[in-house]
Structure formats: structure tokens, C-alpha cells
Ligand binder design. Structure first.
Ligand code: HEC
Length: 195
């Protein structure tokens, strides 16, 4: 009797493990449709200055996207830390590299449209349709602030700095398959679909 129970429990556990493994594999590259906010970068110096403040101070993009180790000290001196990426985030979920967000076409955001940058900030959907990692979620801003941030990024000198691909650990892959989702503001929930 006990053997029978053990046998069936064992089989059930095995089926669950195989099921989760297969689902994890199938769900590694889920993509989402989200609208593109109608944002257009401006070259107006006042808008760029506002974007600089949001990027370097209020929204803190610089803390993740700068390779500089002394961001606070540089800001205190009124210097502008580079946004060429380079920091590595080492977690049990994997090793993640923070991308270059200077306008370099090959290694930065030069080939992304304004609307693509706005979409990842608002909906957490990257240019390739995948959900952005949770580090980048919750950065939604008004259209005006987003225009300012993107205008500032576009005004920077392009820096060529290719970052390695992020690597997910086993648990990271499971989290990517089942937990990581776009961060959709409640007002826009109906406009994001998964496939
Ligand atoms: C807590 C750290 C963190 C902060 C703060 C942050 N980012 Fe990011 N950002 C990341 C990481 C990590 C990625 C790569 C995520 C991925 O590939 O899923 C990323 C990716 C991006 C991308 C590329 C998206 C794509 O389609 O590949 C852009 C553009 C970007 N960030 C802009 C910004 C801007 C603008 C801000 C400030 C408003 C900001 N980030 C704040 C960590 C951060």
C-alpha cells in the first residue's frame, strides 16, 4: 500500500517537474503588444535641461545606466556622468548587464525610436516585444516628462560600448517564464496583449 502511494506520488512529482520545465522553456521569449506613446524628442534647450534633471536626479536613471562608480560625487560637483552602461547586477536570478543609453546606433539607443523608448518606460515592453526586467519597471512619467528625458538622451554624445548579454540562472529562467511581466498602468491594462 505504502509503496503504491510512494510510486504514484513520485510519478506525480515527476510530471509536475517535467511540466514546469517544458512550460519554462516555451515561455522564455514571450512577447507583448503595447501601444507606442506619441512622444517626440525636442531640441529645445529648456526641455533638454528638464530631461537632464529627471534623468540624473528625480528618476535616477543615471544610478543604473552610468559606468561611473562615483555618480553621487560627480553630481555634487555638477558633472554629468556618462550613461554608456556597464554596471553588472549579480543576483540569484542571473547576471544582468545594464545597457548603454547614449545615442550610439549600434550599442546604445540610437536605433530605437522615441516611441520605443517611451513604450519601455511606460509599459515595460522592450523594442523586441519582451517584458523588460523588473529593474526598469515603475518609471512611468507624464508625456511631458518622458519627452524631456528622451530629448536629453538624444542630446548626449554617442558612446560605443557594447554590453554582454544578460545570463539567466535556472531559477531566473523560471522567474522570467512566470513572473516577469510588463508593468502596465491600470488605465492602460486593456491595451497590452500577450502572445
Ligand atoms: C534600477 C536600475 C535602473 C534604473 C533606475 C533605470 N534603468 Fe533602464 N535599464 C535597466 C536594466 C537592467 C535594463 C535592461 C533590461 C532588460 O533587458 O530587460 C534597462 C534597459 C533600458 C533601456 C533599453 C530597453 C530596450 O528596449 O532594450 C532603456 C531605453 C532604458 N533602460 C532607459 C532608462 C531611463 C530613461 C531611465 C530613467 C527614467 C532608466 N532606464 C532607469 C536598469 C535601470
Amino acid at each position: 500500500m505504502l509503496r503504491k502511494i510512494l510510486k504514484w506520488t513520485g510519478l506525480a512529482v515527476l510530471c509536475i517537474i517535467v511540466g514546469v520545465a517544458v512550460a519554462t522553456m516555451l515561455r522564455q521569449n514571450l512577447t507583448y503588444d503595447a501601444p507606442y506613446p506619441a512622444i517626440q524628442a525636442s531640441t529645445d534647450p529648456a526641455v533638454i535641461e528638464k530631461g537632464k534633471h529627471l534623468t540624473l536626479v528625480t528618476k535616477g536613471c543615471v544610478h543604473c545606466h552610468s559606468p561611473a562608480e562615483n555618480v553621487e560625487a560627480m553630481l555634487a560637483k555638477g558633472e554629468e556622468p556618462s550613461l554608456a552602461g556597464g554596471k553588472k547586477i549579480d543576483t540569484p536570478f542571473g547576471v544582468f548587464f545594464i545597457p548603454n543609453i547614449t545615442p550610439d546606433a549600434k550599442t546604445g539607443i540610437g536605433s530605437m525610436t522615441d516611441a520605443e523608448i517611451a513604450r519601455v518606460l511606460r509599459y515595460g515592453v522592450k523594442s523586441n516585444g519582451e517584458a523588460v526586467l523588473p529593474f526598469m519597471q515603475g518609471l512611468d512619467m507624464s508625456d511631458e516628462d518622458m519627452t524631456a528625458v528622451i530629448s536629453y538622451l538624444r542630446s548626449l554624445k554617442p558612446v560605443e560600448n557594447k554590453m554582454p548579454e544578460s545570463e539567466f540562472s535556472l531559477i531566473g529562467r523560471v522567474a522570467k517564464a512566470f513572473v516577469v511581466k510588463p508593468s502596465i498602468p491600470a488605465t492602460a491594462a486593456a491595451s497590452v496583449t500577450k502572445h
